[in-house]
Design a protein around this ligand. Structure first.
Ligand code: INI
Length: 174
């Protein structure tokens, strides 16, 4: 018995990503953006093909992401933000709605919409996830976007590739 394994390659050559990044807590979100751009460029994405959209806060990320995805001009949308707990319940609303909104955007649109919004109890936790102790969540989100873009493209052509008895380059038979 043979099993088909399907996965997206980590090759960004030719892809046109949109990055939506929020200005709230910009000392963190600028680091996430740096990480995302570094990842995209190091995986073959042409700098001229990257479009960055700034929004005021994490709350605004989902509605803008849907509209950007619906233009059909981009292969993926990478959402970057930082929601940090304060003294009121505001954090709960903004973090929950931005997460739900990005999930909805991913389901409603034809391209991958990737969740790179940090939710942290403290500023230190956010700093750790923006290029210090716990890596850079912007870099990770961009990596996910590259893989998912390749996988979406591959799945769109799946019928054709599975009709062929020899596996396509993107898949392997074990
Ligand atoms: N927006 C954030 O991106 N991060 C936060 O930590 C945050 N907090 O805690 O208030 C925040 N609030 C603003 C919100 O995203 C909207 O921009 C605002 O409510 C206007 O719609």
């Amino acid at each position: 018995m043979m099993t088909w394994i399907h996965e997206g390659k980590l090759d960004g050559t030719g892809i046109k990503p949109a990055v939506v990044v929020s200005r709230f807590n910009s000392f963190i979100t600028k680091k996430l953006l740096d990480g995302a751009l570094d990842c995209l460029e190091r995986h073959g994405v042409n700098t001229d093909d990257i479009n960055v959209f700034w929004v005021p806060g994490a709350w605004e990320i989902p509605p803008v992401s849907v509209r950007i995805a619906d233009t059909g001009k981009f292969d993926c949308v990478i959402c970057l933000g930082a929601v940090i707990r304060g003294e009121t319940p505001h954090f709960e609303y903004v973090s929950a709605e931005s997460a739900k909104g990005v999930a909805q955007a991913a389901m409603l649109t034809d391209v991958p919409v990737i969740y790179g919004i940090i939710t942290a109890d403290t500023v230190d936790q956010a700093v750790d996830r923006a290029g210090t102790k716990s890596g850079n969540k912007g870099f990770d989100a961009a990596m996910t976007a590259i893989e998912m873009t390749a996988l979406y493209e591959y799945v769109a052509d799946l019928e054709e590739s599975m009709d062929d008895s020899s596996p396509e380059e993107e898949s392997t038979k074990e």
